[in-house]
Ligand binder design. Structure first.
Ligand code: DLL
Length: 433
């Protein structure tokens, strides 16, 4: 079902007009309410009236995570704190956290966006959704939570962790949908099998997965193991949280909620806007956000976008899967490697579990990539010749795809640490100055 047909199925010209109108209003607002943007625009000699249509967006300055950090905690908020009703924050691994603030209206738009996503996945008020994203400062838990309620379905606010209880409650409460990271979905699948409840005692039919990159091969794996339909939901806290884009039942790219978030793809090197179909860095301008409006926020996520119409009837621009983040890209012996390429190879081969860890190091001035991967039960062997053959097979395949060789370390099933939230799949031991 299409939740908000007038907005989701607008004619492209109509949407573009709406976006232009909203963009003009936004620029006027940040110019007058956010000293940071006023300064930037003055430096670039731009006045709000210079921005009338979406084509004018290229005149505007970019915003980066560093800008948010430099203005920690509330420096980029565009309304007085008395208007802010909720704070979220992402801790990140280095530096200060990024803090985001929402007005009442922001929260109401966010819930509606998630209702659009859930509806596009085929969920309705009869569904019971266990939300196993973390609740708290992370946007995953509370974001999904209010969206499920807005849809009129039932939410089980599980949060992350305590896998045994997750399984028991999904079972006993008749959960039909599970929302968590794809890596945790795999962990749950394994744990459900071990717990011994027969699959037909569960009512699960759908998974709402995001917050980390995953591949179509990973989707197949999860769908088979859990016996569900797995859908991609994308978002980032700076822009709103989960629900900035979502797949539909056709699973052919993710529909961007572009009446609220205007997408662009830019070249991370030249910062020029790229045409539809070309891969580059995804950039969002928040067209309606009140608490923390952002102009041309550089997500660092690499993907492409298309305006080709989708057969589902929604007319929004769609984005491809995230290939990786520009800051997750590993440069190994001068070659660009994304963890998602390695994941795809591992999952194509039936001998391996979808659990892997990449360790990068530098020995004698040479980059070394070690790929640890679990061998599936039944393929693990004590015979050295069998293990060697398996190792060669994956090493060869990886070399073909990546163009560099990797040290393969085959490990026993269940030996790689499982994650309850975003999986950490890369350990980079190199020290760069
Ligand atoms: O991860 C919001 C979210 C929660 C999205 C639950 C989906 C589900 P952050 O912690 O700010 O917010 O991390 C945002 O995670 O820039 C991407 O790199 C990555 N990411 C999020 N969703 C996807 C996805 C949440 N579906 C960062 N596919 C983003 C690939 C994703 N990467």
């Amino acid at each position: 079902m299409i939740w908000n047909e007038p907005k989701e199925c607008m004619l492209p010209e109509e949407r573009s007009r709406l976006q232009g109108k909203r963009l003009h209003k936004l620029v006027d607002k940040v110019y007058h309410n956010t000293p940071f943007y006023r300064r930037k625009m003055q430096e670039m000699n731009i006045m709000p009236d210079d921005i009338q249509t979406v084509d004018d967006i290229v005149k505007l300055p970019f915003t980066t995570k560093q800008d948010l950090r430099d203005n920690y905690p509330y420096g980029l908020f565009a309304v007085p704190m008395s208007e802010i009703v909720r704070i979220h924050a992402s801790s990140g691994t280095t530096g200060k956290p990024t803090v985001v603030g929402y007005t009442r209206r922001d929260l109401s738009i966010w819930s509606e966006m998630i209702a659009r996503s859930l509806s596009a996945f085929g969920a309705n008020r009869h569904d019971i959704c266990s939300v196993a994203y973390g609740y708290g400062l992370f946007t995953g838990g509370l974001g999904l939570h209010y969206g499920v309620e807005h849809l009129g379905a039932t939410v089980i606010p599980m949060s992350s962790g305590n896998t045994a209880k997750q399984i028991q409650f999904m079972h006993d409460f008749g959960a039909t949908a599970i929302a968590c990271t794809p890596s945790y979905a795999l962990y749950l699948a394994e744990a459900m099998e071990k717990a011994g409840n027969p699959r037909d005692e569960f009512k699960l039919r759908m998974g709402i997965f995001g917050a980390e990159p995953w591949t179509d091969n990973m989707r197949k794996e999860i769908e088979t193991k859990l016996g569900i339909n797995a859908y991609n939901i994308y978002g980032l806290s700076e822009v709103m949280g989960p629900g900035v884009s979502h797949e539909c039942e056709l699973k052919d790219g993710s529909h961007i909620i572009d009446d609220h978030f205007f997408p662009e793809i830019i070249s991370p090197d030249t910062l020029e806007q790229l045409p539809y179909g070309e891969q580059g860095e995804l950039v969002f301008t928040t067209l309606t956000k009140e608490g923390l409006p952002l102009l041309r926020y550089r997500t660092k996520d690499l993907c492409s976008i298309t305006d080709e119409p989708c057969k589902c009837g929604r007319t929004s621009v769609r984005m491809s899967r995230i290939v990786g983040r520009s800051d997750d890209m590993l440069i190994i012996r001068g070659v660009n490697v994304f963890p998602s390429q390695i994941e795809s190879v591992i999952l194509e081969m039936e001998e391996f579990e979808p659990h892997y860890l990449l360790i990068v190091d530098r020995v004698n001035n040479l980059d070394i990539l070690e790929v640890q991967v679990e061998v599936r039960d039944g393929y693990y062997s004590d015979e050295i010749s069998k293990i060697l053959a398996l190792r060669n097979k994956i090493a060869h395949r990886l070399h073909n795809v990546l163009g560099i060789s990797a040290d393969i370390k085959l490990v026993e099933p269940y030996s790689i640490k499982r994650s309850e939230g975003k999986a950490q799949r890369v350990i980079d031991k190199r020290i760069f100055n």
